[in-house]
Design a protein around this ligand. Structure first.
Ligand code: PLP
Length: 344
């Protein structure tokens, strides 16, 4: 087997959900958009449902349809993009709950699916999705008379507890929902960590479930082991890989492992990145190529069958820093080519 092995620890995932649920002190949902952040919705969502998660969130209706097949009837599936033209059949048949983002969406929803459950998404300052304060005050009474199941908004800077935007958005959310007697939801992972003022009736963690920052106490969920295909000795002055980007400063031993940018191990990771073996850090040398990475293993006594990129010794966020990105992007880029193994 030469494909890399991605191990997904569902026990760690559900432990993270329980930990965030305890911190929330209210109903805790689960955001499983983008195929559960790349980890596999068909395994992740049932594991969370079995532990008591009842509120699931996806980005678009198509994801909701796939999730309904996995979960069956019962859990609520809410769609952040709301009700887009052409979505009515999917929303109706899969019993999805669109988070209505505008007057136009509201009109489309009540015309195509009268009486079908919906929520409202408000823009409290992120300026990405949701109704602006003026739009909301015009529509508010009509919308509330149609019995929305929840009113939500989203924080722009919750990963930075000291950012003044957090309190500003909280204030706007409070103003916009004053007197609204419908369950309220403001916080994703970052907002849960900001404390109970931010929790309202329902929280919506995503990244923290999957072991990523800003949930610093998360249990790691994934391990990524890359098989060693070949090991060779190179002389001082020999170069390795495309563009001769690395030259051996000493006689060296180079391991070539299976995995590259086609597997989401983005090329920008290149220099400065390490793989590990039993906790020892081994530098990546030369360019990351499509299917292969070269690693300096000179300092190991013998070369193992595989080297680890993500796991106990290097978190998803550490890898992300190598590439100048965030854990979210590393997770959602994980390759379909990996051999996925689920620990239950
Ligand atoms: C993605 C998303 C979440 C989950 O965010 P995390 O930072 O991954 O916890 C919650 N709410 C909305 C609206 C989102 O888009």
């Amino acid at each position: 087997m030469t494909t890399a092995k991605l191990t997904i620890d569902l026990k760690a995932l559900t432990a993270n959900w329980h930990a965030l649920n305890r911190l929330s002190g209210c109903e805790t949902g689960a955001v499983v958009k983008a195929n559960a952040y790349g980890l596999g919705i068909d395994r992740v969502a049932p594991a969370l449902a079995a532990e008591g998660a009842r509120e699931f969130f996806v980005a678009v209706a198509e994801e909701g349809v796939a999730l309904r097949r996995v979960l069956g009837s019962g859990p609520r599936i809410s769609v952040f993009s709301g009700h887009m033209p052409g979505d009515a059949d999917m929303i109706g048949q899969a019993n999805l709950t669109p988070m209505i983002n505008s007057v136009d969406q509201m009109i489309g929803h009540v015309e195509t699916l009268p009486g079908h459950p919906f929520g409202i998404q408000l823009n409290t300052g992120m300026n990405r999705l949701g109704m602006d304060p003026a739009e909301w005050s015009a529509l508010r009474d009509i919308a509330l008379s149609q019995n929305p199941v929840m009113v939500i908004s989203h924080l722009a800077c919750a990963d930075d507890p000291g950012h003044p935007m957090n309190a500003a958005q909280l204030e706007v959310f409070r103003e916009m929902t004053a007197g609204v007697e419908v369950p309220l939801s403001l916080s994703a992972t970052g907002g849960i960590l900001l404390g109970k003022d931010y929790h309202f009736d329902l929280t919506r963690p995503g990244i923290g479930l999957y072991g990523g920052l800003p949930f610093i106490d998360a249990r790691p969920v994934i391990t990524l082991d890359l098989p060693v295909i070949q090991v060779r000795d190179v002389d001082q002055g020999d170069s390795v890989g495309y563009s001769c980007a690395w030259t051996a400063a000493r006689p060296s031993q180079i391991a070539t492992v299976s995995g590259g940018y086609a597997d989401g191990l983005i090329r920008a990771m290149g220099s400065g990145a390490t793989l590990t073996h039993e906790g020892r850090k081994l530098p990546v040398v030369g360019r990351v190529s499509m299917d292969l990475i070269t690693v300096d293993v000179t300092d190991l006594d013998d070369t193992p069958a595989q080297l680890q990129l993500i796991g106990q010794h290097q978190s998803v966020d550490t890898i992300a820093k190598f590439a100048g990105t965030i854990g979210y992007e590393i997770l959602t880029s994980l390759s379909a080519r990996y051999d996925r193994v689920y620990l239950t």
